[in-house]
Design a protein around this ligand. Structure first.
Ligand SMILES: NC(=O)c1ccc[n+]([C@@H]2O[C@H](COP(=O)([O-])OP(=O)(O)OC[C@H]3O[C@@H](n4cnc5c(N)ncnc54)[C@H](OP(=O)(O)O)[C@@H]3O)[C@@H](O)[C@H]2O)c1
Length: 273
């Protein structure tokens, strides 16, 4: 997809290292950055400082980048809120977006994601109201695309049935034991939605140790982590990595050089460890 890099750098859980790691990721070659206006897990203002440092040093310009942030409901936040909790959801979405743009030093992000639906069971009226407000942000030019995260097939089906405009992105934790989120990925393929996978390494430690993956890694003089990222691309995913290590950043970006046959990709897809 034009304007969407092959791998996104995730900025969660980096606290006071966020600025330096964001800058390092850009210097190492990442052009896609994932964050959220959720201070509990992300330090979005630190991401903005990392971007500013990279711009100042001439490493990248804003136009080179894909910047993605999220709106997080009150239930997913701590006391450090980017909006007035007493305001209606539409107002909260607008305030969260305004705060994200300020943090990131830009007047438009590339993707604005609903961090998670209000209920684990289905797409609610609250979600529909929030989604409508997110569309207004998009229509006002403050984001190019919209996405949803932490969704089940049921959420997506109900969202579609409610007449909600389909998202451009779905971002989910991806477990090999569910066929790497097979059902949601199939829904995404049918509708032309880009599936973003996270926790590809941490949720699948058995895969990293699996003899098949070890064999492919050995043949390629690569690491099992690189094989997993290469596999993710082979099955049409847009993977995220949140590595804090410069060597791992380089390896993750170089994972496309790993050779993987269609049969091997299918075999990894069916590991269900
Ligand atoms: N939407 C959501 O609700 C949600 C939830 C969670 C995460 N996310 C996003 O996804 C991003 C990624 O999160 P994640 O859950 O995938 O975990 P992660 O933060 O990327 O952690 C990956 C782990 O794998 C290691 N690693 C990375 N590359 C490696 C390599 N080449 N070789 C060996 N180890 C490697 C890292 O260790 P080192 O640091 O030592 O490399 C780290 O321990 C987050 O930062 C966030 O942006 C979104």
């Amino acid at each position: 997809m034009t304007g969407v890099p092959r791998l996104l750098y995730g900025t969660a859980w980096k606290e006071d290292r966020t600025e330096a790691l964001t800058e390092l990721a850009l210097r190492t070659g990442f052009r896609g950055i994932d964050t959220a206006n959720q201070r509990r897990h992300y330090f979005e203002a630190g991401v903005g400082r990392g971007l500013a440092a990279a711009y100042r040093a001439g490493v990248v310009t804003r136009a080179d980048l894909f910047l993605q942030t999220k709106f997080t409901y009150r239930a997913g936040q701590d006391q450090r809120l980017p909006y007035d909790p007493a305001a209606d959801l539409g107002t909260q979405v607008g305030q969260s977006m305004a705060s994200s743009l300020e943090h990131l030093g830009t007047d438009r992000v590339d993707s604005f994601v609903l961090h998670g639906p209000a209920s684990g069971y289905g797409w609610t009226d609250e979600d529909a109201e929030t989604w409508a407000a997110m569309r207004s942000e998009r229509d006002a030019g403050r984001t190019r695309w919209l996405g949803v995260s932490n969704v089940s097939l049921r959420h997506l089906q109900q969202m579609a049935a409610a007449g909600g405009e389909p998202p451009t992105f779905v971002q989910n934790r991806c477990f090999a034991r569910s066929g790497w989120d097979r059902q949601v990925r199939a829904f995404c393929v049918e509708r032309g939605i880009v599936y973003q996978g996270f926790s590809l390494l941490t949720a699948n430690v058995e895969v990293l140790r699996h003899p098949l993956v070890a064999r492919i890694a050995q043949r390629n003089h690569a690491t099992p982590a690189q094989v997993v990222f290469r596999f993710a691309h082979a099955v049409g995913m847009l993977p995220l990595t949140g590595t804090t290590d410069g060597a791992h950043m380089r390896q993750d970006l170089a994972s496309d050089t790993v050779s993987l046959s269609d049969d091997e990709a299918r075999a990894i897809e069916s590991l269900e460890t």
